[in-house]
Design a protein around this ligand. Structure first.
Ligand code: RB5
Length: 153
């Protein structure tokens, strides 16, 4: 796997620290884009920061956490090339890699417990994209911005 980045808002801060500890124990390097404490912040600021990193470098993947995961989902999926997937179970974490080539894992710090979150992260990190028929579908998603620009959608 390429580089990994992580970010949150205040509601995801505690889980971000848990995920970082897990990654450290696994020997997986991660760049923390903040915040550095649980003071109140606006989730779009950190979602944008992380999505820009991942959208600009195909070798990068990201993990982003807010209270529900919904705010971060809305933000990061506005960026072309981002396939951000909100996961509350391990099955979805596996399938979003195999079928959707998820490049940002989104978690809800107020929704999933720490133990489940760590298993979701483990699965998401270790599951490869299957390609094949799924690549054809991703190509159609990638085409959306171009078609919108041309007024064809
Ligand atoms: C912050 O209170 C909360 O709104 C945020 O973490 C997130 O859940 C938004 O969708």
């Amino acid at each position: 796997m390429g580089k990994l980045v992580i970010a949150s808002d205040h509601a995801g801060f505690e889980l971000k620290e848990t995920v970082k500890e897990f990654l450290k124990n696994q020997g997986i390097a991660v760049e923390d884009l903040g915040p550095s404490n649980s003071d109140s912040v606006d989730y779009p600021d950190y979602g944008i920061k992380l999505a820009k990193e991942v959208a600009g470098d195909e070798s990068k993947r990201g993990i982003v956490i807010c209270g529900t995961g919904i705010g971060m989902s809305i933000v990061v999926n506005r960026f072309p090339g981002i396939r951000g997937t909100l996961c509350v179970d391990v099955y979805t974490a596996k399938l979003c890699r195999e079928h959707n080539d998820s490049n940002i894992l989104i978690l809800g710090g107020r929704v999933v417990g720490k133990g489940l979150a760590v298993e979701i992260v483990r699965t998401w990190l270790n599951t490869p994209f299957e390609g094949g028929r799924h690549q054809k579908r991703l190509d159609k998603i990638n085409n959306i911005d171009e078609l919108l620009l041309k007024g064809e959608l």
